[in-house]
Design a protein around this ligand. Structure first.
Ligand SMILES: Cc1ncc(COP(=O)(O)O)c(C=O)c1O
Length: 393
């Protein structure tokens, strides 16, 4: 990426805030000890760690013991699903058909242990079909995992309704909130959710740290042995400076009460407004179609598109990413983790997008670092990139 890049790939990762970098540097210099050590350096580190934990808990409406520090959402998801289920007699795990690969990989491991893994179908917009709820929550379902904000097509799933139904049926409910949390702080203690995974680098915090939030009644078995840190649930010396960085990032987020369907209209008004303007300009270009839900059910910073060339043939999303990069605009085709691979998008397949269009997806995701002047040049560069992508096929 050059300094001139217009960075529209927030769903992949986000630039750390200056306050985050400062906080990390300060702790690296002043509290670099091992928080388990009993001498002065250790006590300084333990104090910094607990201060950060308390601040994070306050910002998320949680109690400090609800937080398990991990290396990121991938690890959190594995700890949630495998830690809850891998020592239990196999039953049924339900996951949505549009999960991130972190969830499908963990579910695959459980499947190899004899668990039945059932996919919750979605509609053409990528929203889980609530008419399937009763069937999917019937025995032998023991756990449900549904992504809160879908990374590739931006769908905000009705996790509150699903969580309440799971609670009524005595079923554990996990949500991957990695893409939703950047838009506002939650009130963890009030949510009908047993386990929640997140990653700091999606909300302008540091890379390499995430959290699993766990309600007190949920029992998990650790996936690794060692020094017994994080209440014995995740061994390994705690990343004190990264925890401080995460606390600093969360401090800057607005708070909101997620309603049953979507992020409330008041959340992120500036980014939402920028996204809506850019989206309508892009949809005005020939061959550009919206993919995924309408604005009400979409992450406020998220645009996902399907692209068609002038002869009516699907354009390659990967080629568009390259052409836009040449023009100083950083975007992604599908989710960051799969955009390096030349495969059909399973998310678009689950939404029943025609097979020949599944490689024509493009994702633009905005963040607080973008100003209106930068965005103003994007539609023109987008149109040029489409012509170039078509001729280079
Ligand atoms: C929805 C979702 N879940 C999980 C992850 C994995 O996060 P990490 O790479 O920080 O472990 C990502 C990252 O792309 C994501 O978007």
């Amino acid at each position: 990426m050059t300094a001139a890049d217009i960075y529209l790939d927030a769903a992949a990762t986000t630039p750390p805030l200056p306050g985050v970098i400062e906080a990390i540097q300060r702790v690296q210099q002043t509290a670099w000890g091992n928080p388990s050590s009993l001498h002065h350096s250790g006590l300084l580190a333990a104090e910094a760690l607990e201060r950060s934990r308390l601040s994070i808990a306050q910002h998320l409406g949680a109690t400090p013991t609800d937080l398990i520090c991990t290396s990121g959402a991938t690890e959190s998801v594995h700890l949630a699903l495998l830690g809850c289920l891998n020592k239990q007699p196999p039953g049924r795990l339900v996951i949505s058909a549009v999960e991130h690969t972190a969830v499908t990989a963990a579910a695959g491991q459980l499947n190899a242990l004899g668990w039945q893994v059932e996919c919750w179908p979605v509609d053409h917009q990528g929203m889980v079909r609530l008419d399937q709820l009763e069937r999917l929550l019937a025995p032998p379902t023991q756990m449900v995992s549904v992504i809160w904000g879908q990374s590739e097509v931006g769908a905000i799933q009705p996790v509150m309704a699903i969580g309440r139904a799971c609670r009524d049926s005595g079923i554990l409910f996990h949500t991957d909130a990695t893409q939703l949390l950047p838009h506002g702080r939650i009130s963890w203690n009030q949510l009908p959710i047993d386990l929640l995974s997140m990653s700091a680098h999606k909300l302008q915090g540091p890379r390499g740290i995430g959290l699993l939030l766990k309600k007190k009644h949920v029992e998990i078995t650790p996936l690794q042995g060692g020094g017994g840190q994080e209440q014995g649930l995740r061994a390994g010396t705690e990343p004190v400076a990264l925890m401080t960085g995460l606390a600093a990032a969360l401090q800057t987020l607005p708070s909101f009460e997620p309603c049953s369907k979507s992020v409330p209209p008041g959340a992120c008004p500036r980014i939402r407004g920028q996204r809506d303007r850019l989206l309508s300009q892009l949809l005005g270009l020939p061959g550009v179609d919206l993919c995924g839900p309408s604005a009400d059910h979409r992450l406020p910073n998220h645009i996902s598109l399907l692209l068609t060339g002038r002869q009516g043939q699907p354009l390659s999303g990967r080629q568009m990413v390259r052409e836009l990069a040449r023009r100083g605009v950083a975007v992604s085709s599908g989710s960051a983790c799969s955009s390096g691979r030349r495969t059909d998008s399973p998310v678009l397949a689950a939404m029943d997008v025609a097979p020949d269009r599944r490689q024509s997806g493009l994702r633009l995701s905005l963040g607080g670092w973008i100003d209106d002047d930068q965005l103003a040049v994007v539609p023109q560069r987008f149109a040029e990139a489409m012509v170039a992508a078509e001729t280079s096929v």
